[in-house]
Design a protein around this ligand. Structure first.
Ligand code: ASP
Length: 341
């Protein structure tokens, strides 16, 4: 049916009015690639492999409940008109507190049987960012990363100094045993016995607020049996995390060394900025082509300023979830739930 111009204008005005009344009015729709539209917040719980049947129904419920809780925490911020920066911090804190993920409580062990935690956060509004690497005693590394951004002159703080800064700033401090889980200890013992380490479980979030500003955050315990002092991509701005409200908010997961060498997160932003690629192509180019060409695998969640979410992975799967403007929550655990590109 042809719509005359005055009619069309009235329709546009009506849609805008509805949007203004309800806050968010447009339902989500798949894009044809693996991307999803009308997303305001997404989280991931690490790239890896989770075939159907590999976890019990109780474990499945625990994962989905945790992802939903994180998404709700972030969505409450966005729906209330809060910033994407607050939303990603809140969402990541929920996953750091959950023992099922390799971040905060539940983090993996290094070769000395210790936890060394990495995290970063970035504000797409002004490209301000904060990060911490190798912290031992900070309960929520993502909040310490934010404090580094907001209350220090620095971007990245590491080790003892970062923990001391946490203590001075009054963020919850804890002992190493708080991070302990039997599952991660068993994985360390297996790794030391020469078996493949069950790592995965890094967490991240990306969000878009009502001011059309983007933010991204990533937090991890790194790799099981990593050398003491090893730092991955997660706290490296431009490698594991990046946000620029003109282009994309992105949080990566996978073999950190290669994401650092490939400057993965910033590369996705650059492909959108300079090569004018849509987010799904840009993210897929890096995750499905460039990273494997450098000899590793991983995944990412990438959200553009229009609300298009790409979740490419070159691992068999990536644990993730998202919430759309209208508050619909979707969680995806199994390898076949999230398209690779
Ligand atoms: N990228 C993380 C690291 O290398 C690990 C992961 O995402 O699984 O520390």
């Amino acid at each position: 049916m042809a719509v005359s111009r005055p009619h069309a204008l009235r329709l546009v005005a009506l849609t805008a009015l509805l949007g203004a009344i309800t806050g968010f009015a447009v339902p989500s729709a798949p894009t044809g690639s693996g991307a999803v539209r009308e997303v305001v917040l997404a989280v991931h719980g690490g790239a890896g492999s989770l075939p159907r049947g590999s976890i019990t129904p109780d474990q499945e419920k625990a994962y989905r409940t945790a992802l939903e809780k994180a998404l709700r925490a972030g969505y409450t911020v966005i729906r209330g008109g809060g910033s994407s920066l607050d939303a990603v911090e809140q969402a990541v804190r929920v996953l750091e507190d959950d023992p099922n993920f390799n971040a905060g409580k539940g983090a993996v062990f290094n070769t000395d049987g210790e936890h060394e935690l990495d995290a970063s956060i970035m504000n797409g509004r002004d490209l301000r960012s904060g990060a911490v690497a190798g912290v031992h005693n900070t309960r929520n590394p993502i909040s310490l990363a934010r404090l580094v951004m907001e209350r220090s002159k620095h971007v990245l703080m590491a080790g003892r100094g970062a923990d001391a800064f946490a203590l001075q700033s009054g963020v919850p401090y804890t002992t190493q045993d708080y991070f302990f889980t039997q599952r991660r200890w068993d994985a360390l013992i297996r790794a030391k016995g020469g078996q493949a380490a069950d790592t995965g479980g890094t967490v991240g979030a990306v969000a878009l607020d009502r001011d059309r500003q983007l933010a991204a955050a990533t937090s991890t315990g790194g790799l099981t049996n990593k050398l003491v002092g090893r730092v991955g991509d997660s706290p490296i701005i431009g490698a594991g995390t990046y946000a620029d409200s003109k282009t994309v908010a992105i949080s990566c997961t996978g073999t950190g060394e290669v994401f650092i060498r490939g400057v993965a997160a910033h590369d996705v932003s650059a492909l959108i900025d300079y090569a004018r690629m849509p987010v799904e192509r840009a993210a897929s180019t890096v995750v499905n082509d460039k990273i494997p060409a450098l000899g590793a695998t991983g995944g990412a969640i990438a959200l553009d300023p229009k609300g298009t979410l790409a979740t490419p992975h070159s691992t068999p799967g990536i644990i993730n979830g998202y919430v759309t403007r209208d508050g619909t929550i979707v969680t995806r655990l199994y390898d076949d739930e999230t398209p690779a590109r």
